[in-house]
Design a protein around this ligand. Structure first.
Ligand code: 13P
Ligand code: SF4
Length: 366
């Protein structure tokens, strides 16, 4: 055993092929003490080393059920935080590259959400009339905020059930950070667009009038995903001119206008399921991240299915992309030496309230 961590610099110039061989060896040495979770947006070179794959909901359940001492999360920071919150105290959650964040999650922070809550309190009785709901793509202290205020967390695959639960508790929802998931879900539940107002966190009172706030069912935080905002309705129109038989499927982080034109809307796991189960020789236009779409195309082409990325400009999630085989190997070889690098540890007070919000989601509404 060495006493100091093997430095990342020793790994940066290794080829992917060399990393491959050594990752397999390190995994074999660690055995059941280590589990690797991989989000569907991970690049192939990393994705193939995962023990479990999934969308945010599935991976959070996998993390909660994992028995391994080390949970290595090939995803982004909020996902590793969820793994830490939901796992046992003796388990250790690890993020291979600490710079793997989520730009949408960063669009809301505790100070701004607390300011929003205080401003809303000038107009209505927030505690009795608003359920705060955070998309799982958010920092742990925002999940804790929801826990403290008897709110909850949702993912892209359970947002409707979570909103239904939230409305059974209180008449309004404050939904952050993704306006599109909130709007797309609310609209499909029959809530008119004018009853879903957007809270601009740069403006006093979110840029809204007191009447707009009083009349609203959902107050949507003005956040968005930079990857999903590249998809435009005209991409669908143009594609359908060439291939009118195409089925369109979009992640609910895409805009309202794109989702309106889609045949199906769903989480990453749902997108995979629908396309995999579709008839052979079908054509699909998909509005979600590039690595998933490319992998799905490769997987389905033997059945004559064509799976296309919706935007003519190729765009991957650059933060998901940060996890490379070099960082994964660095993590694993340190673990083989008994050294933990890049641990994600949510402070206990935050973790307790955040777990309450996550348990509200996991125990009843999945
Ligand atoms: P899913 O839960 O659908 O995997 O979405 C996570 C995400 O970050 C999509 O951008
Ligand atoms: Fe965040 Fe968008 Fe990347 Fe998903 S695709 S992790 S929402 S930046």
């Amino acid at each position: 055993m060495t006493s100091s961590a093997l430095p990342i610099q020793d790994y940066a110039l290794l080829s992917d092929e060399e990393c491959d061989v050594r990752i397999v060896a390190a995994k074999a040495a660690l055995g059941s003490r280590c589990v690797i979770l991989g989000h569907h947006y991970q690049r192939d070179e990393v994705f193939k080393h995962a023990d479990f794959w999934g969308d945010s909901l599935k991976l959070s359940r996998d993390a909660a059920e994992a028995d391994a001492e080390y949970i290595v999360f090939c995803g982004v920071h909020f996902m590793a935080e969820v793994a830490d919150i939901l796992s046992r105290p003796d388990q250790i959650a690890i993020l291979p590259d600490m710079a793997a964040g989520c730009s949408m999650a960063d669009m809301a922070n505790l100070i701004k959400v607390q300011k929003c809550w205080a401003e809303l309190a000038q107009v209505i009785d927030v505690e009795s009339s608003i359920t705060p709901v955070t998309y799982i793509n958010s920092a742990a202290d925002l999940k804790a905020f929801c826990g403290e205020h008897e709110g909850t967390v949702c993912t892209s695959s359970n947002a409707q059930k979570i909103l239904e639960w939230s409305f059974s508790k209180r008449e309004k929802v404050l939904f952050f950070p993704d306006q599109h998931l909130g709007r797309n879900t609310g609209y499909r539940m029959g809530i008119p667009l004018e009853e879903m107002v957007t809270w601009d966190f740069e403006q006093p009172l979110g840029g809204l009038t007191t009447k707009q706030i009083k009349d609203a069912k959902i107050i949507l935080w003005k956040g968005f995903c930079s990857v999903h905002q590249v998809f435009k309705p005209e991409h669908i129109d143009n594609f359908l001119v060439r291939y009118p038989e195409t089925k369109v499927i979009a992640h609910p982080e895409a805009s309202f206008e794109v989702c309106e034109k889609a045949d199906y809307i769903g989480s990453t796991e749902t997108i995979l399921k629908i396309v995999r189960n579709a008839e052979p020789n079908t054509r699909w236009l998909v509005a979600t991240e590039l690595n998933l779409v490319n992998r799905l195309h490769e997987e389905c082409k033997a059945q004559g299915k064509n799976v296309h990325f919706m935007s003519p400009t190729l765009c991957m999630c650059s933060t998901m992309f940060r996890t490379d085989p070099q960082h994964l190997l660095w993590i694993l070889e340190n673990l083989v030496q008994g050294i933990v690098v890049n641990r994600i540890l949510v402070p206990e007070t935050i973790a307790k309230q955040a777990k309450h919000a996550l348990d509200n989601m996991l125990s009843q509404f999945v």
